[in-house]
Design a protein around this ligand. Structure first.
Ligand code: DSN
Length: 424
């Protein structure tokens, strides 16, 4: 089912082809992006996009949903299997993306004004972790922990804040934190203060699936994830919640309700109408892919590539926040390089290396033009690049940032990219 667009809408066909070419010819180091398989993309473009299916399997509001029910149940069963979960976990595959998934959890478990404890944006948290610019910072009362001067979470500080502030929910899981997260410690802190423990594992879901990052499931009450980052699926999200954890009494207006039920209600009808069934099918496809032994090798290689990239950049004199990485991403501190994060991002893009600027801990510069760049290896690893290519990429980054004629570097980037197809 290809070739139709070229006949009916040349403008859009041309733009899509241009974007595919850009992806093929550049090195993508954006830590939150990846390259979904052609099978995932086929599911996204399927007849399922035509259906409306408000409700949940067996309880839909429109007719004609027997197949959709099967697809949604299949996606849920695969999600459970991939992360080794029993029947005590409820799975919701309907959230349209990560921010709405987090929103649904807050709406289910918190009341406006309630306190929750999360990482600040400037230390590596996400906008929806209570940033003042996001609904999560406007509607609720976030208390923020950060990282120490060493770039690592100080768990004693998290505990101290939790004990002092008594948040209703403790959140772990970050968008720019390069180190292993101690979910056990976070869980203990949450229990100590009687808070729900939520994990947003969007960035590391693929690493958890591959067994190269500890799983949050033994400790968390709720886990949210997107499906398009290290998990390598379509854009989308999943919420996992424990069915044996009850909503704090009196919160639901009913006698007893599990948090799972409250979250399902918050997703639909609370926040969304019909789920995107084509997306649900594509999530099911990616979850099957992630169960293959090759995905374990892939996850391991992502981490090895990030470590190799960090080490090679250090050899070129770059300061890496926290001294390295345990996961798929690293933060390069440019404060001693006489270049801002935005300038570095722009210069690297001219050279064909796609990155995102980032705040570094205790950043003296503003968020729009901070002092660092964030680099991640999921997409380049999907293309088959390994440690050897990471060393080359570090060299190219060094040259691009030290001003050695970016068009010459671009040619070398193109050459490297030509050996690693961006479609699989
Ligand atoms: N935009 C994603 C990231 O880059 O981390 C988070 O939503």
């Amino acid at each position: 089912m290809t070739g139709y667009l070229k006949k009916t809408d040349q403008e859009v066909a041309r733009l899509i082809a241009a974007e595919a070419k850009r992806q093929q010819e550049t090195i993508n180091l954006i830590a939150s992006e990846n390259i979904a398989s052609l099978a995932v993309r086929e599911a996204l473009g399927s007849a399922l996009t035509n259906k409306y299916s408000e409700g949940y399997a067996g309880k839909r509001y429109y007719a004609g949903n027997a197949v959709i029910d099967e697809i949604e149940e299949l996606a849920k069963a695969r999600a459970r299997k991939l992360f080794g979960l029993g029947k005590n976990w409820s799975v919701n595959v309907q959230p349209l993306s990560g921010s709405p998934a987090n929103m649904a959890v807050y709406f289910a478990l918190l009341k406006p004004g309630d306190k929750f404890l999360a990482m600040s944006l400037s230390s590596g948290g996400h906008l929806t972790h209570g940033d003042p610019a996001s609904f999560s910072g406007k509607l609720f009362s976030p208390i923020h922990y950060g990282v120490g001067k060493d770039g690592r979470i100080d768990y004693e500080e998290v505990r101290r804040l939790a004990v002092r502030e008594k948040p209703k929910l403790v959140l772990a899981g970050f968008t720019a934190y390069p180190r292993t997260i101690d979910f056990k410690k976070f869980g203990e802190i949450a229990r100590e203060v009687g808070a729900y423990f939520m994990v947003d594992m969007a960035h590391i879901a693929g690493l958890v699936a591959a067994g190269v990052h500890p799983s949050p499931f033994p400790y968390a009450d709720v886990v949210t994830t997107t499906t398009h980052k290290s998990l390598r699926g379509p854009r989308g999200a999943i919420i996992f919640s424990r069915i044996d954890r009850m909503l704090k009494s009196g919160e639901s207006g009913e006698k007893e309700m599990t948090i799972a039920r409250a979250i399902n209600r918050a997703v639909f009808p609370g926040l969304q109408g019909g789920p995107h069934d084509n997306q649900t099918a594509a999530i099911a496809v990616c979850l099957k892919e992630a169960m293959k032994p090759a995905f374990k090798t892939y996850g391991k290689q992502i981490v090895e590539n990030a470590a190799a990239l960090a080490a090679a950049l250090q050899k070129h004199g770059f300061h890496i926040v926290s001294g390295g990485t345990d996961n798929h991403l690293l933060l390069v501190d440019l404060t001693d390089k006489n270049i801002s994060g935005l300038e570095a991002q722009t210069r690297l893009e001219e050279a064909g290396i796609i990155t995102s600027r980032t705040m570094i801990p205790y950043d003296p510069r503003p968020p729009f033009d901070p002092s660092g760049i964030r680099l991640g290896t999921p997409a380049v690893t999907t293309r088959g690049m390994k440690e050897k290519e990471m060393v080359q990429i570090a060299h190219l980054i060094h040259e691009a940032l030290t001003g050695k004629g970016n068009s010459a570097i671009r040619k070398r980037v193109n050459l490297l990219c030509s050996r690693f197809p961006a479609e699989n």
